[in-house]
Design a protein around this ligand. Structure first.
Ligand code: 3HC
Ligand code: NAI
Length: 689
């Protein structure tokens, strides 16, 4: 094993190199020798300056997250930084790749930061439910001012080397030869002969901060936090940096960090960090399975989904051949795509030039022959088995032998569609979420005959276009929509039995969901479900009655709620309340008061139960995969870690007991507890590992 920390010399300049693959996290076996090396070099009269750099692909990407939740071994990061600040000769952090979290905090402990032009610098702790705990909230404002620091810390989004330079976070940026240039930079500082000033002692950027403006900015951020504690703690700590002496502010940051790291929200968010990486690893598919190159993608159907999927690929640098039934539908689809890019231009997130380049990457056609050179073709036509089979029948004859064919179906049997082609091994489901150019989740549906190469290829291009992929098996609705179905089964009954739409929605928004099920009905449009139900000979008392009155939701200005012209704010409608009462009466139901707990038990608990059935059937490989689906595709609150993680916090025993109660009362299948849930109630966990 190589040394985690080595020291070399370039004349009177010492270079400390951290080497802890893959991301140079500050694990205990790094911290100890790093602390030692800094103290030794500080006391070595032959050393005039110290450069801290990293081997491998990146500068330090943060504290070692796997060490959180356990007693921290000494020295801690703050001890190392405190030692760094006792060095009175120039100290320089030489940053390449990403300097994140504790990594950037280490760099803030140096007098100077120099960066490779491609480097990114940030404090992403908030995404783990934390605040920077190594002095980041107290030192960063001293370099870039409180307002910029607050934005960087609360968003968790890193900045480029160029931005770091212009804000004062970096002192120099180099296109190449980072370490040699860092040594040159250090030499220059030695030659200048000034006593370097530690970041902790710089106050010029803080003096004169407009506290009232800062508080307004923080209040705006608090509104968006939706029940998350970390963004508020970040803002509080940056405020302390302005109002309190350095050491006092630092001690308070420490207290806030200790509280957050021990809390459920951070545990949940750390769980999601590792879950996302785990989801990308598919049992049985190792590094030996080589993904195929996907240089061009064909997409059939330029409607809601096809257009969004096409944009996702083009945005990820993969050109698209877009096919529609006729010229008119094609032009309509392209016009929507162009409109979406124009919105980005008007918001300043895309240049006119980049928009033109993206539009040029679409090759529109109505001729299947134009798809012959595609490496992947995704179908996003109407949700109709016969139409889909017809499309794949044509495609199968035209595309190259190794081309992967995929369907974006929401519910149809992927194995049946695959079986209608001559290449089931090169067939899979790619279930994107709407809007597909924005939503991160991609359910990759593995058919019984899908080959490992096809799956590995899907995982590779998913990441290339910035999606979070989760591999799932074939069943009605896959993971997400199947559980959504279980969540929604009792919502109408709750209305009939006595709850109001706004009461149910409030239970959901209080939980942390961006909206409740009825707000969702109105947003998506009630007519879609109505059409599907009619096609399947099914009914839904309230939803059908609303549709019969032309109340389709936001698009018609009224659905379960009313919407003032152009507004998206739902207003409860007495007519709907009367309709619910009338329907309840005709069904012979005596309405009663319904508690928030009952709403949770009859919506979220069945959804958890369905999740365990999905695991039993092997449709999802791990409980954490289900969490990734729900957080990235359906707005499950990140601070609760996804439905299966939350179930552990809620208590499997409690969930089982209430499901059994409702099952006894109603005999409904949705409440019938799975064997896995029964076992989890005994063992306290969902799996054996
Ligand atoms: N601690 C422990 N393991 C880490 C880690 C960390 N900080 N960062 C990444 N890893 C692990 C990943 O789990 C993964 O392990 P695996 O191969 O076994 O799945 C491996 O390193 C590679 O990570 P990625 O797959 O994410 O690699 P990428 O190249 O795609 O991304 C990265 C690299 C941008 C550095 C990304 O890993 C990342 O964002 N890491 C987390 C950064 C972060 O949140 N830092 C703050 C930590 S909290 C902190 O510092 C507290 C301090 O204020 C006291
Ligand atoms: P849509 O109705 O907006 O678009 C379908 C498009 O396919 C239309 O533009 C139509 O002209 C075109 N089309 C139909 N038959 C065709 C054919 N034979 N050849 C070429 N083009 C044809 O429908 P949407 O919402 O985009 O759905 C498409 C698929 O995606 C469906 O299977 C749906 O279940 C699935 N899906 C939909 C989601 C949504 O939120 N809308 C989410 C995830 C999946």
């Amino acid at each position: 094993m190589t040394e985690a920390v080595t020291v070399t010399r370039e004349g009177e300049i010492a270079i400390v190199t951290i080497d802890n693959p893959p991301v140079n996290a500050l694990s205990f076996h790094v911290r100890q020798p790093l602390q030692q090396a800094i103290a030794t070099l500080r006391d070595d009269a032959a050393v005039a300056a110290i450069v801290i750099t990293c081997a491998g692909r990146t500068f330090v990407a943060g504290a070692d997250i796997t060490e959180f939740g356990k007693p921290m071994q000494q020295p801690e990061l703050r001890d190392i930084i405190a030692t760094l600040e006792t060095v009175d000769k120039p100290t320089v952090a030489a940053i390449h790749g990403t300097a994140l979290g504790g990594g950037l905090e280490l760099a803030l402990g140096c007098h100077f930061r120099v960066a490779d032009a491609k480097a990114r610098l940030g404090l992403p702790e908030v995404k783990l439910g934390l605040l920077p705990g190594g002095g980041g909230t107290i030192r960063l404002p001293r370099l870039v001012g409180a307002e910029k620091a607050l934005k960087l810390i609360v968003s968790g989004v890193p900045v480029s080397a160029g931005e770091a330079l212009s804000s004062g976070l970096a002192d120099a940026v180099f296109d190449a030869d980072l370490v040699a240039n860092a040594v040159g930079f250090a030499r220059k500082k030695v030659a200048e002969g000034h006593k370097p000033i530690a970041v902790r002692d710089r106050t010029d950027r803080l003096t004169g901060t407009d506290l009232a403006a800062f508080d307004n900015q923080a209040a705006e951020l608090a509104k968006k936090a939706r029940g998350l504690e970390a963004p508020l703690a970040c803002a509080q700590s940056v405020r302390n940096a302005i109002t309190l002496p350095f050491d006092e502010a630092l001690a308070k940051e420490r207290e806030l960090f200790a509280k957050l790291v021990a809390g459920d929200q951070s545990r949940a968010q750390r769980h999601l960090f590792f879950a996302e990486r785990e989801a990308a690893k598919v049992p049985g598919i190792g590094k030996e399975v080589q993904p195929r190159t996907v240089a061009r993608v064909g997409i059939i159907g330029a409607g809601t989904m096809g257009g969004g999927i096409a944009m996702a690929f083009v945005n990820g640098g993969i050109p698209v051949t877009l096919l529609e039934m006729n010229r008119e539908a094609l032009d309509r689809g392209l016009a929507t795509i162009e409109k979406n890019y124009s919105i980005s231009v008007s918001r300043g997130s895309l240049s006119e030039d980049a928009k033109a380049k993206r539009m040029a990457a679409f090759k529109p056609t109505t001729d299947y022959a134009d798809l012959a050179d595609c490496d992947l073709v995704i179908e996003a036509v109407f949700e109709d088995m016969a139409v889909k089979k017809e499309v794949f029948g044509k495609l199968d004859k035209i595309v190259k032998p190794g081309t992967i064919l995929a369907t974006n179906t929401s519910y149809l049997d992927v194995n049946e569609i695959a079986g209608s082609t001559s290449r089931p091994e090169n067939f899979l489901g790619l279930h994107f979420f709407s809007p597909a150019n924005v939503m991160k989740l991609l359910e990759i549906v593995r058919g019984t005959r899908t080959s490992p190469e096809a799956l590995a290829t899907a995982l590779a291009f998913a990441r290339k276009i910035g999606k979070v992929p989760v591999v799932v098996g074939v069943c009605h609705g896959f993971v997400g929509n199947r559980m959504l179905g279980a969540r929604g089964q009792e919502t109408e009954n709750l209305l009939l039995e006595g709850a109001s739409p706004q009461q149910i929605d409030k239970v959901f928004t209080d939980f942390g969901w961006p909206m409740g099920p009825f707000q969702m009905w109105d947003l998506a449009g009630l007519d879609i479900g109505w059409r599907n139900r009619k096609a399947q000979g099914k009914t839904a008392v309230i939803a059908d009655a609303l549709c019969e009155q032309g109340r389709f939701g936001q698009k018609t200005g009224r659905g379960i709620y009313l919407y003032e012209s152009g507004s998206r704010t739902p207003v409860p409608d007495p007519e709907v309340a009367a309709l619910i009462e009338e329907k309840a009466k005709s069904a012979g139901i005596t309405r009663r008061s319904i508690s928030a707990d009952e709403i949770t038990e009859r919506t979220l608990y069945p959804m958890i139960n369905e999740g365990t059935k999905i695991l039993e059937e092997g449709i999802a490989a791990r409980a954490s995969d289900i969490d990734i689906v729900w957080v990235n595709g359906y707005g499950f609150p990140v601070g609760k870690g996804g439905p299966m993680f939350w179930a552990g916090l809620e208590g499997f025993g409690k969930i089982l007991e209430r499901l059994e109660y409702w099952h006894r009362r109603t005999s409904k299948d949705v409440f019938r507890p799975s064997e896995m849930l029964k076992k989890a109630a005994r063992t306290g966990k969902l799996s054996d590992d």
